[in-house]
Structure formats: structure tokens, C-alpha cells
Design a protein around this ligand. Structure first.
Ligand SMILES: [Cu+2]
Length: 508
């Protein structure tokens, strides 16, 4: 199991030579008010984990909102979708390595007074790395366990607001002047009897004391500023930076994707990817800005940090590329690039590769999407879509007679795949019936759970056996990270054909 190396980096807040100052810095950084949001790992701009799965006999819908800074507090919401759940506990631990074998004492989640199916809690995540949260549900049908992978990284630096900075600045100046004044008064008058006059000698002594104090205080402020900036620079080197991906088309219409590490955790590698639902890399190419052509293809690794793909026929234009990979420790990343190409005549689509076309964004596609072969895909669309609200996005595929197709099939082991993409390009999330978690990471977490594997035939939308008939309805647990316009690409398979439905969503 040597390849299952962990990366956990002790952050600068771990005990160091200046524990007190460091803890003050940590506290201040939590208290600051504004923050900058930078790219999030696993998906783009969509760090929250939405997932559903079975803890033994109980079906759970889980939302984990990771902290913006590490160490930090992850917010947890669990909705029990089965009756009989009486208690849920949660324990954070690493996904791989020795530490994953020694779970900490779990925290009990709080059951809502008004909604007994709802449980909430908060968990400290102490270090950057590939984590999991192990949920144990207890109730009338006994106990069950479900573990959720949680990639934890510092995603940004909190910035102090102008108002708070100004207020603290004024208070600081008052503090310096106050101390100088007090030292001056002490040197001048402390040893005088009441009513005695101050001699010129004492006045002189007071001026000297005040000058020395002022110089010392200014030196302290300057040195403190230098220390603060050094700490901030040290911390910012731990803020997550995705691998850089450079895309080019080589002779023979071969797409070449070259990965480069911009520097982040020294332990991140370019050659430790593991397959996630059959492939090392899942690449979505979306024509931009129209978002009217989408490819879901699977480049092959040709060397460490190099992926290649013989391109299919492609329409001319600029494409946004989103490539999902998973490291050996279960840490997923989405790599982003753009590519501008003339019309290409390539190979026919084969294997798990698929493509779809739609009308350009701006013309709402509605809730019923008519596919070119007479089939339709229907979105059971809620009346209102709200940012950060956990939702089951449910889609149904119907044949030209409006009936469930008789030849429904799994597409890469699952009932469906969906990509949620914000029209301004700031959000991309590749989702499955199990939610936002990477399948490879979910399987690693599941393998460690006590008792029988939860990765069974009734895992939402998954069937490894191929025996059970595949449903023509698929649900994706997800929540839009912010308000705005999104396009959702949904893929389902019948026979040999992968259907790509396109839906537009306006989120409040
Ligand atoms: Cu997928």
C-alpha cells in the first residue's frame, strides 16, 4: 500500500517557536471580515460536498461545507431520508495512510427540534489534505456507517475591511501616544511630593524618556509588521493552487494536455493519478461563450504529467476545458484550460466518449429537452432554485413514444453524469448520483468502513453487476454555490447511445 501515501502538511499554525503570537494571528485571521475566494479543488468554484448514500439501513443526504481557511470549522448537515434514525455521529480523519486507521472520538450531531430527520454539527479540520468524515447512524434498525471524502485546503485569505483597519489604526495611534505620555509623566512627576514644582532637569529627563519610548514603540510596530507579512506570505503558499494544464493540438489532431505544478504542497505529484469511474481523466470541452457544443472525453496518460487524446470531429471555436483527476490519496482536482481550434475532422467517437449540441445560451431550453433522435429528457424542475440549497436534481429519459426506453444502460457504471456550469465560467462541477464526491475517493473511504461494503447494488445510481435493470430516471444531489445563470449538461445512456440533455437554470 506504499502508493497510498498521505499528504498532510502541518500548517504554519502548528506549534512553532512563537506559539502565542501564532495563535493570535490565527484568531485575527478568523475575525477579519472580508475574504477573497480563489479556485476550489475538485470542481471549480464549488467546494461544498453534497452526497447521498446508505449508512447501513438508513439513507442519508449529507452536506459538508469545508472551511475557507485551514485549520477551520466544517459545517455539516445530514438529512435522514429513512425513518427510524435517532442519532448520528461524525468523525473527521484522513482518507489514506496510518492516520485513517485510528478514527478520533466522534462528535454527536445535534438533532433539530422542529425537524427530527435533520441533524447538524461542526467539525474542526486541522490540516490540509485528503480527509474523510465517517458518519455513524443509530436507530430502530441498528447501526450503519457511511464515509464521505472531504478534500480540505485553504481556499483564500481573509482580508481586513477598510473600516476595521481604520478603527484599529486610530486605536493604535492613541495607544502609542498614551504610552509615550504616561512614560513622560512618570519620569517627570512620579517622585515629586504633592505641590512641588517640576525642575527643568526633570522636564529634560521626561523628554528623553518619551523620545526613547517613542523610538522603541515605532521599532516594535515595524518589526511586528514585518513578522505579520512573513506569516501571511508563508500562509499564502499553502492556499490551494490547481495543477496548471496547457492544451495544444499536435499533428494528426491529437490533443496534448501538459500538466505543471505551480507549487503548492511539495508532496503533490503528477504521476499518482488513480482511475475514477474507469478513466484517469475525464475531460469536458465546452464551446465558449455559446455553451452550445459539449464533449465528454477521456484522454490517456502518455507520460508523467502528459495526457493525449485523438480528437473527434469538432466544430470550430474556443473551448473551455475542464479535466477531472484523482490523486492516489483520494484528493481530486479539476484542471482548467482553453483551446481555440478550426473545424477538425478526427476519429469517430468511441468507447465512453460522448458529445452533445444545444442552442446557444440566452434561449432558455426549458424543462423538456428534445434530443435529435426523437427522445426527450425531462427535468423535474423545482419552482425556485436557490444558491447553497441542497437539492435532488432529477431527470428522466423518454423514448419517441413518451415511454421509458427499454434498453436503458449504465454510462461508465452509473445511471447518469451531469456537469453544472456557470455561464460566466466561474463554476464547473461534474456530478454523479452519489453527488459531488469523486467516485474513486468514495470507494477508498467505503473500503475502510467496518462491516459489509456500502458500495452495493443499491448505491444511488450505481450498479457494478450489470444485472439490475437500469432506471430511466436519475437524481443528482447538488447545490449551486452562488446565484446566477447556469447550464446543466445531463448524460444518460440507452443501447449504445449516450444522450446529452441541456438545461438552463437561473439561481437566486
Ligand atoms: Cu462522470
Amino acid at each position: 500500500m506504499q502508493f497510498l501515501k498521505i499528504w498532510v502538511e502541518k500548517r504554519s499554525f502548528s506549534p512553532g517557536p512563537l506559539p502565542t503570537l501564532r495563535s493570535i494571528f490565527a484568531t485575527l485571521s478568523f475575525c477579519a471580515v472580508l475574504f477573497l475566494v480563489l479556485p476550489a479543488h475538485a470542481h471549480v468554484g464549488s467546494p461544498d460536498v453534497y452526497t447521498q448514500g446508505d449508512a447501513g439501513p438508513y439513507k442519508l443526504f449529507i452536506v459538508v461545507r469545508p472551511p475557507l481557511v485551514i485549520p477551520g470549522v466544517a459545517e455539516i448537515q445530514v438529512r435522514a431520508q429513512s425513518p427510524g434514525v435517532e442519532s448520528i455521529t461524525a468523525a473527521p480523519m484522513l482518507l489514506t495512510g496510518e492516520a485513517s486507521k485510528h478514527p478520533p472520538v466522534p462528535d454527536a450531531l445535534t438533532r433539530s427540534q422542529t425537524d427530527p430527520q435533520m441533524f447538524t454539527g461542526r467539525l474542526w479540520i486541522m490540516a490540509t489534505g485528503s480527509w474523510q468524515v465517517r458518519f455513524t447512524a443509530g436507530g430502530t434498525q441498528g447501526e450503519g456507517v457511511f464515509s464521505v471524502p472531504l478534500p480540505a485546503t485553504a481556499q483564500g485569505t481573509r482580508k481586513m475591511s477598510w473600516g476595521l483597519g481604520f478603527l484599529l489604526g486610530v486605536l493604535g495611534v492613541l495607544l502609542v501616544l498614551g504610552v509615550v505620555g504616561m512614560i513622560g509623566a512618570a519620569a517627570r512627576e512620579a517622585q515629586l511630593e504633592p505641590g512641588q514644582k517640576v525642575s527643568p532637569e526633570r522636564k529634560k529627563r521626561a523628554y528623553v524618556a518619551m523620545s526613547v519610548t517613542f523610538v522603541l514603540l515605532i521599532a516594535a510596530v515595524v518589526l511586528g509588521g514585518m513578522w505579520w507579512r512573513a506569516e501571511a506570505a508563508d500562509y499564502s503558499s499553502y492556499i490551494y493552487k490547481p495543477l496548471i494544464m496547457k492544451a495544444s493540438v499536435q499533428s494528426g489532431n491529437v490533443l496534448d494536455l501538459r500538466l505543471k505544478d505551480p507549487g503548492w504542497l511539495p508532496s503533490r505529484k503528477l504521476d499518482d493519478f488513480v482511475p475514477d469511474h474507469n478513466h484517469l481523466m475525464h475531460l469536458y470541452a465546452i464551446r465558449w461563450p455559446e455553451m452550445d457544443v459539449v464533449y465528454h472525453v477521456h484522454p490517456q496518460q502518455t507520460a508523467a504529467g502528459d495526457f493525449q487524446l485523438a480528437l473527434p470531429d469538432m466544430a470550430a471555436g474556443t473551448y473551455h476545458l475542464y479535466a477531472d483527476v484523482v490523486h492516489a490519496n483520494g484528493f481530486p482536482e479539476t484542471l482548467v484550460s482553453t483551446l481555440t481550434i478550426p473545424a477538425l475532422h478526427g476519429r469517430p467517437l468511441s468507447s465512453d466518449d460522448s458529445a452533445g449540441t444545444a442552442s446557444p445560451i440566452g434561449s432558455d431550453t426549458g424543462a423538456i429537452y428534445k434530443l435529435p433522435d426523437g427522445y426527450t429528457m425531462v427535468w423535474k424542475r423545482p419552482a425556485v432554485l436557490k444558491a447553497n440549497a441542497a437539492e435532488d436534481f432529477t431527470f428522466e429519459l423518454l423514448d419517441p413514444n413518451g415511454q421509458p426506453p427499454k434498453d436503458m444502460a449504465l454510462y461508465m457504471g452509473m445511471e447518469g453524469h451531469a456537469a453544472f456550469v456557470k455561464t460566466d465560467g466561474t463554476v464547473f462541477a461534474h456530478i454523479h448520483p452519489t453527488g459531488t464526491v469523486a467516485m474513486a475517493a468514495l470507494m477508498m473511504a467505503d473500503a475502510q468502513n467496518p462491516g459489509p461494503s456500502q458500495m452495493r447494488m443499491d448505491m444511488p445510481g450505481m450498479d457494478m453487476s450489470g444485472d439490475t435493470p437500469v432506471s430511466n430516471t436519475v437524481s443528482f444531489p447538488y447545490g449551486f454555490p452562488k446565484a446566477g445563470s447556469y447550464r446543466i449538461f445531463v448524460q444518460m445512456k440507452h443501447g449504445d447511445r449516450v444522450e446529452t440533455g441541456t438545461f438552463d437554470a437561473s439561481v437566486q
